[in-house]
Design a protein around this ligand. Sequence first.
Ligand code: DX5
Ligand code: ZN
Length: 228
Amino acid sequence: MSDRFRELIAERRVAPSILSADFAKLGAQIDEVMDAGARVIHVDVMDGHFVPPITIGPLVAAAVADLVHAKGGAIDVHMMIEAPERQIEEFAKAGADSITFHAEATPHANRTLAAIRDLGCCAGIAINPGTPVEAVAELRNLADLVLCMTVNPGWGGQSFIPSSPDKVERLRPLVGTAVIEVDGGIDTETAGPIAGAGASLLVAGSAVFGTDDPAAAYQAIAKAADAT
Ligand code: DX5
Ligand code: ZN
């Protein structure tokens, strides 16, 4: 699982987030963006505690993983949940290629990153806009991904926080070999500046699935980011 993901994120990529997809035709919408070139599909897991909404659990993640793997892609699971260490095994079993949890959600980040790798997945640590970049400094050798939120987590369709490129630049020297991921408010306007600051995995939800033509929207954002 993690090898496929590592290979994919060696190049700059835009990862469509299914949070903004039409769940009644999820399979068709995933096919559409993958046929347009997307290879990393972002899956947002929310528990109604760490953030107010409740979204996707392991059952839906497993269905999505089957579809995405069949087309040579990978699923990037973003857990916005309390006590993430209790859920990682279920998401690994569901076929997650990477599992990212929030630094703010557990006092056991070091142990949880190691446990995710032990389960055969790439491990990611996320930080909210209000969390300083130094929060990840001690974890650099344990994380494959560092996810810098560019909106406050919980909802699609919010505006990109303008200070985010500056934050990504300050994050860059602290992450070692981990890839910097950004999530929230990514579109054709914001993709270029945030990629230029050092982000190489760019999540885009409403700017892809909130449009009439998700395939064309995906390609326009990938072009703006100079992504594969
Ligand atoms: C928000 C989620 C995002 C969401 C981004 O908390 O983590 O992945 O889908 O949506 P947009 O791209 O619409 O900001
Ligand atoms: Zn997300």
